[in-house]
Design a protein around this ligand. Structure first.
Ligand code: F58
Length: 845
């Protein structure tokens, strides 16, 4: 019971903390200057742009924090079911623009800054973006967080606060060189270090078996090393709502226990070094490598992150246990955990360990809870990309988990045996353990077995997932497998990246489209209106102009903003077939150099932009980057190409760069070998921004085509169901090579683009030999040129072209992550939005 004095104190405290920050221009200015003086401790006259970025960020952060703490307190009080999105990657991009936009304070801050001599846009570009992800998978996680907040779902993202994010790519002497991305040099105003949220995480050690007083056998994981997980929280504001969610990232640091043990042993320097090693766990993001295997530190990262996260979720849930009728069994009513790929799948045996060894539940009860809590999203069916860990490695690092995995597998295989007696082939393909040497733990099988739902990320991907990857699991659990097609947030990818187009939309249908992309549908009919088409083109032109200026400023390259802008921007991978694009460009180059003046007049002037990072150990990808750079060098300095062709490799592709490039595109290429790109999400962003696609019938391209109409997309190439037969046939009956491809390859081999001494180009070209053309690059080349030619032809009819773009862009509602998340919520998580109603007057909390 609270005493009188305590009540009085509480009331006083309440009064002291009960005002909301004012958002009028004058108040924002006071807040900015106060942060310069008191947060940055700078004199008033030292007011450079970078100080003002810091001050603006802190001022915005204050306003995020009041919404954030209110939202979190509210959902705790309501005891609502929460979604936990577990991802080793979040590619958040810059925060300032997103925050002022989502808070509805962009205008006010822009004005506040303008009056004191600063430009909000300039200040925004001071921000260093956190690149805590590789590509599509990490960016998807961040789009999901934006939508979860916008739609008022109680949801937290959990991940790792890498000290070094995705490497910085520079081109030095025509080659990719990687530089470390230490993104925290200037601090990070968007995070709050929660010194009161730390958990110990054990690694190595042994399992002790013992009996409880009733004679039951129990297990305890003991010894080894203990490192601490330190929480860093970042507010995730929704757009047009008060709700603000949380992204909690973990950083590793030495534990106190670690301290004592090592130092007492008398080895001072050795102990300090051991402490350093603790911090190395979260030091670097692994770049998606072709040779991604046997990396013990990566497994440590995964477990470290999972252990801290589950302790945190568990502690939050346990506050409710014992309250009313809540027991452990109710965990699935309060907790939904989504595994973003298998990277966090070790969470399945970890939750089992907590329920068995700490909570002391019987196996069946623990297993039922676990399976009701987890769901798993698969992002690839490429066998080489499926995670496997050597049994000896898990045994050493996580001995208790290895036992639990074996027990899960044993019980699972009994079920298999029941369903298909003595079917050893099935047993061995469904087993979590691959009987190789050394034995391997198949994380995808573990994730399927331990989850209630498994989803693919586009219709074709889910179909292939069912038929190729998990056919036996599908027979066992037909309901477990579902599709949830990916989506992207219209906030970052339209409203913020493309203000020119956004203002057209708002002018037509009001601002509601930002949270309800369906409202753009009626604008489709405006494709018939010449005046509207004119305005649309003007917006695209503004964006192309801005990009042209950017290219000139930052790369000293001049491009004509009236040319067709063609882009392929994504990670460099053989299956994504950047090589097909380059061969197409080389073909065009040949055509240009041989064209008569009459023929030149019929050619469409083009600017080809390619951007993307190659994993440091992925030789073919690095060769490709070299080739693009060499082609661009030759083409751009050839007078014959002057007004017809420019090729630009833009280094260090990241979220901020995508925000500049995508709105300026006329054509983008999504040309993976059919069946290999799970979904793709760039494709969605481009079409939403009024660009058209040259693409294969792969991933979400197929659904995009369905939504926008086939007359609005340039498709080509083998279909997924033809690929296997084509590959089989080419081995014994090599197809004749297309003469245009032959010529393009000949030019490259002849050294027109240089002859690197390591034979890099030959290596690229040898891999598309028509007899072993794994990615069907040679096979698809003729139809690829056909699609490009169609696009060129269509581009020459300006009015028709614009009509296509309008129709396509306004048909894209289903590729908003808002639709995606509603599906996850309904079909997988069983959660409801919980909007926090803010106080009507700012002065009363
Ligand atoms: C991508 N995967 C898919 N993985 O390739 C893409 O089709 C899909 O649209 C996207 O996920 C979202 O579903 C992807 O980006 C990675 O980056 C992994 C990161 C960890 C190492 C292995 C690659």
């Amino acid at each position: 019971e609270m005493g009188v004095d305590h009540l009085a104190h509480k009331e006083l405290l309440w009064k002291l903390s009960s005002t909301y920050l004012p958002n009028d221009v004058a108040s924002l200015q006071r807040s900015l200057v106060r942060h310069v003086e008191y947060t940055l401790a700078r004199r008033r006259y030292k007011l450079d742009t970078s100080s003002f970025y810091q001050a603006t960020a802190h001022s915005v952060r204050d306003r995020l924090i009041e919404r954030w703490t209110d939202t979190q307190q509210y959902s705790a009080k309501k005891g609502a079911k929460k979604v936990y999105y577990l991802s080793l990657e979040f590619l958040i991009g810059r925060s300032l623009g997103n925050a002022v936009s989502n808070l509805g304070l962009r205008g006010a801050y822009a004005e506040a800054l303008r009056q004191i001599g600063y430009d909000l846009e300039d200040i925004m570009s001071e921000e260093k973006e956190p690149a805590l992800g590789n590509g599509g998978l990490g960016r998807l996680a961040s789009c999901f967080l934006d939508t979860l907040a916008t739609q008022n779902y109680p949801a937290w993202g959990y991940g790792i606060r890498y000290k070094y994010g995705m490497f910085e790519q520079r081109i030095v002497n025509g080659k990719q060189v990687e530089f470390p991305d230490y993104w925290l040099t200037d601090g990070n105003p968007w995070e709050v270090e929660r010194l009161d949220v730390q958990y110990p995480v054990r690694l190595f050690g042994h399992v002790r078996e013992f009996q409880d007083p009733d004679g039951n056998t129990l297990y305890a994981w003991e010894g080894g090393e203990v490192v601490m997980a330190q929480a860093y929280d970042t507010p995730i504001p929704g757009y047009g709502t008060y709700n603000t969610n949380n992204m909690r990232l973990w950083s590793s640091k030495p534990s106190h226990e670690f301290n004592l043990a090592s130092f007492n042993a008398g080895n001072y320097y050795g102990a300090v070094e051991a402490k350093e090693r603790c911090e190395s766990i979260t030091s670097v993001l692994y770049p998606n490598d072709a040779t991604e295997e046997g990396k013990r530190l990566r497994l440590k990262q995964q477990y470290f992150f999972v252990s801290a996260t589950l302790q945190d979720i568990y502690r939050r849930f346990k506050k409710n246990v014992g309250r009313g009728s809540t027991t452990m069994k109710n965990m699935p009513d309060k907790v939904a955990i989504q595994l973003n790929d298998t990277h966090p799948a070790i969470a399945i045996p970890e939750l089992m360990r907590l329920l068995l060894d700490i909570e002391r539940l019987p196996w069946d009860e623990a297993w039922e809870i676990t399976r009701k809590v987890f769901a798993y999203t698969n992002h690839t069916i490429l066998p080489e990309a499926l995670e496997k860990w050597p049994v000896p490695m898990i045994t050493e690092l996580l001995p208790r988990h290895m036992q639990i995995i074996y027990e899960i597998n044993h019980r699972f295989l009994l079920e298999v045996q029941k369903m298909w007696p003595n079917d050893t082939a099935r047993m061995s393909s469904m087993s979590i353990i691959e009987e190789s040497s050394p034995k391997m733990v198949r994380m995808s099988n573990l994730a399927v077995i331990g989850s209630h739902t498994v989803n693919g990320v586009a219709m074709i991907h889910t179909k292939l997932l069912k038929s190729l990857l998990f056919p036996d699991f599908l027979l066992m659990w037909p309901e477990k497998f579902i599709n949830v097609t990916n989506g992207v947030t219209p906030r970052r990818w339209l409203l913020q990246a493309n203000p020119a187009l956004a203002s057209i939309y708002t002018g037509m249908v009001g601002p509601g489209w930002v949270n309800d992309l369906k409202r753009l549908e009626p604008i489709k009919t405006m494709a018939q209106d010449p005046q509207f088409r004119q305005r649309w083109r003007a917006a695209k032109q503004t964006n192309k102009q801005a990009l042209a200026e950017w290219l000139y400023r930052s790369m000293n390259i001049r491009v004509d903003p009236n040319a067709l802008f063609d882009m392929q921007i994504k990670r460099i991978h053989e299956y994504k077939r950047q090589l097909l694009n380059v061969l197409g460009i080389v073909h065009r180059y040949a055509e240009i150099t041989q064209a008569t003046p009459e023929q030149r007049k019929t050619m469409v002037p083009r600017v080809h932009i390619i951007a993307g990072k190659a994993a440091p150990g992925y030789v073919m990808a690095k060769n490709l980057v070299m080739l693009v750079c060499a082609v661009s060098e030759v083409v751009n300095s050839d007078a014959a190409c002057r007004d017809l062709l420019k090729v630009v490799f833009v280094p260090n592709f990241n979220v901020s760069l995508a925000e500049i490039l995508i709105p300026a595109s006329d054509i983008s290429q999504h040309i993976s070998t059919a069946g290999m790109e799970a979904s793709g999400t760039g494709n969605m962003k481009f079409v939403m921004n009024g660009g058209l696609i040259v693409g294969t019938m792969d991933g979400a391209n197929i659904e995009i085509e369905q939504a926008i109409g086939e007359h609005n997309m340039f498709t080509f190439g083998a279909k997924a169901d033809q690929v296997a037969a084509i590959r089989r046939k080419m081995a014994h009956d090599p197809p004749k090579i297309d003469p245009r491809l032959h010529r393009a390859m000949g030019m490259i081999r002849a050294g027109i683009f240089g002859k690197p001494d390591d034979g890099a180009y030959n290596q690229l070209l040898d891999a598309i030999d028509p007899r072993k053309d794994v990615y069907l690059t040679a096979h698809d080349f003729p139809s690829y040129l056909g699609a490009i030619a169609e696009a060129d032809a269509a581009y020459q009819y300006e009015e028709k072209w614009t009509a296509k773009c309008i129709e396509a862009a306004c048909s894209m509602w289903m590729f908003s992550s808002d639709r995606t998340i509603r599906e996850y919520a309904a079909k997988i998580w069983n959660v409801e939005p919980l909007p926090f109603r803010p106080p009507r007057h700012h002065s009363e909390r």
